[in-house]
Design a protein around this ligand. Structure first.
Ligand code: DGT
Ligand code: CA
Ligand code: ZN
Length: 646
C-alpha cells in the first residue's frame, strides 16, 4: 500500500531547489498523519494538513515564493511551516523533528493505515489502549473481542476491522492481471522513453498472462556504458513510492498509482462482483494500492537470455536447462554456452562463450524447438510440443468476431441495446449476443418475460434492416438465466424456446458455496440436460482476490457436456473474460478443448467499455492453449446462428 511506504524524499541534483512542490506537499501530508498517529495537538495536525492541501492546489511557483520570501503571506501556510519549507528546499535537509517522526513511528502503525476504514485517529486510540504496534497484534485484540467494548467502537466496528485486515492481506499478496498489466505496461513505456534504452520489456507472470501477478519484472536492454545513466533516470520516474535497492544493473522498486498520467479510477463493477471484492471500500484499496517491480538492465546481446529467464516460469526454465544440458550446453540468464568451452566458468563469465541470440526464438532454435509463446511457458507439455512441432496456433484478439454474454439497460447494464450494438460494430465485430439477467436476480434488475420478448422483437427488426442494407452485423438474442433450485432455469420453457440461446449461470453463491462438490456437480449436470441450455456461464463463480468459487467437479461437468457435443447438440462453456473472474480458469481451457467442448469467450459487459474485457479473455484462452477453431467467437454471423440452432 502507498501508505505503508512513508519515506522522506531524497534531495535531487546538487543545487537548490532540492525538492519539488509535490514532494513538499506529500511530506506535509505524511507529517500530519504521523502527528495524528502520535496523538499530537489537533491544531498542529491541522496546520500540516492545510499546508499540504494549499501546496497541492496552488498555481504559483513554490521555489519563487521561497526566494522572494513571500511564502509566509500565502493563506494556509503558517510562519513555522513557511520557514521549514524554505530551509528544506534551499539546503536539501528536512527539519529534524520531521525526520524523527518518520524514524520513530512504528512501521506497523503506518501499515494499519492500509486497512480499509482505518484512519490515523482510530489507530492512535487503539495503540494507546492496547499498545498494538502491528496488524498482527491488532488482529489479536480484535479477535479477543477487546475492541467492541471501547467507547466509539462497538461490535460492528470490531468486525469491520477484522474484515478489513483480511481484505488487505488478500489484496496485498497478488494483484489481478488487468491491474498488474496497467502498472507494468505504463512503467515499461516510461522506461522505453529514457535515452539510450534499446528496449524495455515486461517479463514475469505478467508476460505469461497469469490471472494474478505477484510482482512485475522488467528487462531493459542498453549498451553497458549507458547503464548508470539509465538506472539514475529510472529512479527519477514518477510513480515510485519507494526504492528497495538500486544499482546499475538491478533496481527494486515499489510503484503506486501516481505512475498513471490520468487519475486512477476503477471502472464499472457489477454489484455481485463488487460485494465479493470488498464493497464500497474496494476503490480506496485499489487507488491506494502498490505493486513491486524488479528491473534488470543488460547488454543487447544478453537481453534475449535475460528476458527468457525472467519471463519464466521457473518450472519452464528448469526443463529448458535440462534440455540444454542434453545438448552439451549450459543455459542461464546470461547465455547458452557449450560446456566443453566454459570449463569451470559460471554465470556471466561462462556466457562470454554463448551461442548468439538476437531474439528469444533463437534460444529455442539452438535447442531444436519451435518458439514457445510466453503464455504457454508453464511446463504443461509445451516443451515436448515445441520439440515435435505441435504447438497450438494461439487465438488472437483480431480473430474475435463477437461474443454472447452482454447486458443492456434492460437488466443491470449501463448502455442501451443500440449503444452496445454500435460499440460492438466499432470494434469490428460481426455479431453481438445480448443476454440480460432473468427475473429471479432482483439485485441485477432481472427482466420479465414480456420485456425480454419485446427485446427479441426489436432485435429481429434491427437484423432485417441490416440485412436489407447489406450491413455485416447481427444481434443475437439470449438470456442469462439464473440457475434455480433443483437445477431448473428461470423463465418458462416456452419463453426460453423463443431465444437464440441461453446462458445458465449460478448467482445464489451462498447456497452453492455451502453445498458439497457432489451436490453441486449433480445439479450443474441437470442444468446442462435442460434442452434450452446452450452455455454454462462463469462455471465456478470465483471472484479473483474476492472469493473462491463453489466446489464443483468441473472435469465431470465438462465430460457431461462433451457427450452432448459428440452427439451434435451444442453445449458450450463460457470463459468469462472479466478480469475479476477469468472463469473458466486457463488450466481448464485445455481440458475443454481436449474433450471437444466449444469455449465462448464472453466479456459479460455491463457497459460499452466492458466489451473491451474481451482482451483479458483472449489472454486467458491463449494461456489455455486455445486456437481460433476452439472458440465460438471466431465464427462469422451465419455460422454462429447455424451452430446455435443445434
Ligand atoms: P509472480 O511474480 O509470483 O507472479 O510470478 P513470476 O513468474 O513473475 O515469478 P518471479 O517474479 O518470482 O520471477 C520471475 C521469473 O524469474 C520467474 O518466472 C522465473 C525466473 N526465476 C525466478 N527465480 C527463479 C529460480 O529460482 N529458478 C529459475 N529457474 N527461475 C527463476
Ligand atoms: Ca514476477
Ligand atoms: Zn452477466
Amino acid at each position: 500500500m502507498a501508505q505503508s511506504t512513508f519515506t522522506l524524499p531524497k534531495p535531487r541534483g546538487d543545487a537548490a531547489p532540492y525538492f519539488s512542490r509535490n514532494q513538499v506537499s506529500k511530506v506535509l501530508h505524511q507529517v500530519g498523519v504521523l502527528l495524528e498517529l502520535d496523538g499530537a495537538n489537533v491544531f498542529r495536525i491541522r496546520s500540516y494538513q492545510n499546508g499540504s492541501r494549499t501546496l497541492g492546489t496552488m498555481n504559483q511557483d513554490l521555489w519563487e515564493l521561497v526566494q522572494t520570501k513571500e511564502l509566509i503571506n500565502i493563506k494556509g501556510i503558517g510562519k513555522g511551516l513557511a520557514s521549514a519549507i524554505s530551509e528544506a528546499m534551499s539546503t536539501g535537509l528536512w527539519p529534524e523533528d520531521w525526520v524523527r517522526l518518520h524514524e520513530d513511528t512504528a512501521p506497523g502503525l503506518i501499515e494499519m493505515l492500509g486497512i480499509p476504514g482505518m484512519g490515523p485517529k482510530k489507530i492512535q486510540r487503539l495503540n494507546q489502549e492496547f499498545g498494538v504496534e502491528s496488524i498482527a497484534e491488532l488482529k489479536e485484540v480484535a479477535e479477543d473481542g477487546k475492541i467492541a467494548p471501547l467507547s466509539g467502537f462497538g461490535a460492528k466496528s470490531q468486525q469491520k476491522i477484522l474484515d478489513g485486515i483480511e481484505l488487505l492481506a488478500r489484496f496485498r499478496s497478488r494483484r489481478r492481471l488487468d491491474i498488474g498489466l496497467m502498472y507494468g505496461l505504463a512503467f515499461e513505456s516510461r522506461i522505453s522513453e529514457i535515452k539510450n534504452v534499446k528496449s524495455a520489456t515486461l517479463a514475469g507472470s505478467a508476460r505469461r498472462r497469469k490471472s494474478t501477478i505477484g510482482d512485475l519484472d522488467i528487462v531493459v536492454s542498453a549498451e553497458s556504458e549507458h547503464h548508470a545513466q539509465i538506472s539514475k533516470e529510472v529512479l527519477s520516474l514518477p510513480g515510485i513510492a519507494d526504492v528497495k535497492g538500486a544499482g546499475d544493473s538491478k533496481i527494486s522498486l515499489i510503484l503506486d498509482t501516481s505512475l498513471f498520467m490520468e487519475e486512477f479510477t476503477v471502472g464499472h463493477i457489477d454489484k455481485n462482483v463488487l460485494d465479493a471484492i470488498g464493497g464500497a471500500e474496494y476503490e480506496q484499496l485499489e487507488s491506494g494500492g502498490t505493486i513491486d517491480a524488479q528491473i534488470r538492465i543488460v547488454e543487447p546481446h544478453v537481453e534475449p537470455f535475460t528476458l527468457a529467464y525472467f519471463t519464466g516460469s521457473k518450472e519452464h526454465n528448469i526443463v529448458m536447462r535440462q534440455k540444454a544440458i542434453e545438448k552439451g550446453l549450459t543455459l542461464s540468464e546470461w547465455g547458452l554456452s557449450p560446456q566443453d568451452k566454459i570449463g569451470d566458468l559460471k554465470g556471466e563469465a561462462a556466457a562470454k562463450f554463448s551461442l548468439p541470440a538476437v531474439e528469444e526464438s533463437d534460444i529455442y532454435k539452438h535447442l531444436g524447438m519451435e518458439y514457445v509463446e510466453p503464455e504457454l511457458r508453464e511446463d504443461l507439455g509445451e516443451i515436448s510440443a515445441a520439440q515435435s512441432g505441435l504447438l497450438p496456433n494461439l487465438i488472437t484478439l483480431n480473430q474475435i468476431k463477437g461474443s454472447l454474454h452482454n447486458h443492456t439497460t434492460l437488466s443491470d447494464g449501463e448502455a442501451s441495446l443500440e449503444e452496445m450494438a454500435h460499440a460492438a460494430r466499432g470494434m469490428g465485430w460481426e455479431w453481438l449476443g445480448i443476454a440480460d439477467h432473468s427475473p429471479t436476480l432482483k439485485i441485477a434488475n432481472g427482466a420479465s418475460a414480456d420485456d425480454l420478448l419485446e427485446q427479441g422483437a426489436k432485435i429481429k427488426r434491427y437484423n432485417s434492416e441490416w440485412e436489407e442494407q447489406g450491413v455485416d452485423f447481427r444481434l443475437i438474442h439470449g438470456v442469462e438465466s439464473d440457475i434455480l433450485a433443483g437445477g431448473k432455469l428461470d423463465h418458462p420453457d416456452e419463453v426460453l424456446e423463443q431465444l437464440d440461446y441461453v446462458v445458465a449461470s449460478v448467482h445464489a453463491m451462498t447456497k452453492w458455496r455451502a453445498r458439497s462438490e457432489f451436490e453441486n456437480t449433480e445439479e450443474m449436470c441437470k442444468v446442462i440436460d435442460h434442452p434450452s441450455t446452450t452455455i454454462l456461464g462463469h462455471p465456478t463463480g470465483r471472484i479473483l482476490q474476492g472469493r473462491d468459487g463453489y466446489e464443483i467437479d468441473l472435469q465431470a461437468v465438462l465430460e457431461h457436456m462433451a457427450d452432448y457435443n459428440a452427439n451434435g447438440k451444442l453445449k458450450a462453456v463460457e470463459l468469462n473474460a472479466s478480469p475479476y473472474r477469468l472463469d473458466l480458469d486457463w488450466k481448464f481451457c485445455k481440458r475443454a478443448k481436449d474433450l471437444g467442448v466449444p469455449v465462448i469467450i464472453n466479456p459479460d459487459a455491463h457497459s460499452i467499455s466492458g466489451l473491451n474485457d474481451i482482451r483479458f479473455g483472449v489472454m486467458n484462452a491463449r494461456k489455455g492453449w486455445l486456437e481460433s477453431s476452439d472458440v465460438l467467437n471466431s465464427l462469422d454471423h451465419n455460422e454462429i446462428f447455424e451452430i446455435l440452432a443445434k
